[in-house]
Design a protein around this ligand. Structure first.
Ligand SMILES: Nc1nc2c(c(=O)[nH]1)N[C@H]1C(S)=C(S)[C@@H](COP(=O)(O)O)O[C@H]1N2
Ligand SMILES: [Mo]
Length: 251
């Protein structure tokens, strides 16, 4: 099983070829490589077969934390809303949680922390080809879901972010409820023992450890529970997915 990551990456790269362009803001590709749709379906089946839903991503000792963890994509949202919250050190930040839930919520970071916390040291893999090991502290998304009570027909959790990638096109991402309830899926507010830096997604970012970097939404403004993401963004489940990346980005 040790070569699973390597095998899947090789398979994915072979199937997706050069279309797996960098996910850095400055190197956005104009073409939407729809070819990935078929690759994704195969990858997802292979992944779920090799890695059952409860499998944990590898965790590392403190000694392996990277001295430098490259921040990527947006490094500081420039919208007035975010800038205002940042100037107040995020004291006025409230996470909005709504959609197909019985108990919608607006939570401060302290209220989120009261639902539970977990710390884990994991490796982040960006589709651009770099990796870094970091320590993340956050509230398990499962604890938040227990708090807001998704309805039986709910299937996905969508993360709406503060940063605009293009005019009026905020970054967003989504995972299914199974991935959302995985024990290592965190809403992280801490990194490497300190508060989460702005460049890494302050005040709140997702850690979804069995998937590639672009799934890890930073600058989370709102969480929406849905049955389908057909009506969110362009309907593919995420900003990069709307630009051709696969929705299931298993490592
Ligand atoms: N809101 C938002 N989330 C984002 C991005 C972004 O541009 N905006 N970039 C993604 C990509 S491609 C990666 S690799 C990681 C980078 O996380 P880091 O800045 O902590 O390294 O964030 C992901 N989440
Ligand atoms: Mo990335």
């Amino acid at each position: 099983m040790g070569n699973r990551r390597g095998f899947l990456r090789t398979a994915l790269l072979a199937l997706g070829g050069a279309s797996l362009a960098a996910c850095d803001r400055i190197s956005e590709s104009e073409t939407g490589p729809r070819i990935l749709d078929s690759a994704e379906a195969v990858n997802r089946r292979v992944q779920r077969f090799l890695s059952p839903s409860k499998a944990l991503a590898r965790e590392y000792p403190e000694s392996e934390i990277s001295a430098v963890f490259k921040p990527n994509g947006t490094l500081m949202p420039d919208t007035p809303l975010y800038q205002g919250l940042m100037k107040g050190d995020f004291a006025d930040y409230r996470l909005e949680v709504d959609g197909m839930v019985d108990a919608p919520a607006r939570l401060s970071i302290a209220e989120l922390q009261a639902l539970g916390t977990r710390t884990q040291i994991t490796r982040h893999d960006c589709v651009e080809g770099w990796s870094a090991i970091g320590k993340w502290t956050g509230t398990p998304l499962a604890a938040l879901l227990d708090h807001v009570k998704p309805r039986p027909t709910a299937r996905y959790v969508v993360f709406h972010c503060f940063d605009d990638m293009e005019e009026n096109t905020p970054y967003y991402e989504s995972v299914d409820l199974e991935e959302a309830r995985h024990p290592q899926t965190l809403l992280a507010y801490g990194m490497n023992g300190g508060p989460l830096p702005v460049a890494h997604g302050a005040p709140l970012r997702l850690r979804v450890e069995r998937q590639l970097g672009y799934k890890h939404a930073k600058y989370i403004r709102r969480i929406e529970v849905v049955a389908t993401f057909a009506e969110v963004g362009d309907g593919n489940g995420g900003y990069w997915e709307d630009n051709g990346y696969e929705w299931y980005a298993g490592i």
